[in-house]
Design a protein around this ligand. Sequence first.
Ligand code: NDP
Ligand code: ZN
Length: 186
Amino acid sequence: MNLISIEDFSPFISALKFGAHKHRYQKRKDAEQTPYFNHPIEVAELLWRVGNVRDISVLTAALLHDVIEDTETTHEDIETNFGARVLSLVLEVSDDKSLPKETRKELQVKHASGLSPGARLIKIADKICNVRDVTHSPPPEWSFRRRMEYLDWAERVVKAMNGCNENLEEEFYRMLREGRQRINAG
Ligand code: NDP
Ligand code: ZN
């Protein structure tokens, strides 16, 4: 039998419970209205499986990467439950919601190259999942143009983090090519 370490598994399983609770009433924007928390789970799974990421703080922060932006969670909440490094990673990948959307999108491009290595991993995995969603399960009201613009913007963010993780970058550009082909094909 292979025993897992308590120090590693405890924060991860707690973050699963914490995130599932915080996002419990939220849905993704796809036609099926998928439960929101499926998305952070997919981001963590991608980091583990494709990126071979084994840093438990990064995997834990991936599960929590949208709680500051999209729920009532406070900084203290995260620091008390998961520690300063997880909080710092989550903050690095959170937009300032008081700014207009256009500004936030430009700031993501501008700040990407200055992110810590752990935050870059979460950011690229998030973009892979969102490009996949825009390709296969987009918000129903999004036009062809809006979907293409989203892909262009995601590419600008990821380009600014060049060299963060070979496997994840390969996966991102593969998804991007597939997305452009499929969206173009209608
Ligand atoms: P939004 O920011 O409104 O939505 C995209 C975000 O929603 C993703 O980054 C993702 O964030 C989350 N999300 C949840 N469910 C899905 C899903 N199924 N598929 C994809 N993403 C999902 O959209 P935009 O990125 O387009 O940003 C809005 C900008 O678009 C504004 O600047 C606005 O001015 C502009 N706009 C453009 C239009 C056009 O036709 N070109 C029309 C209207 C607005 P997360 O990972 O955080 O969950
Ligand atoms: Zn996200």
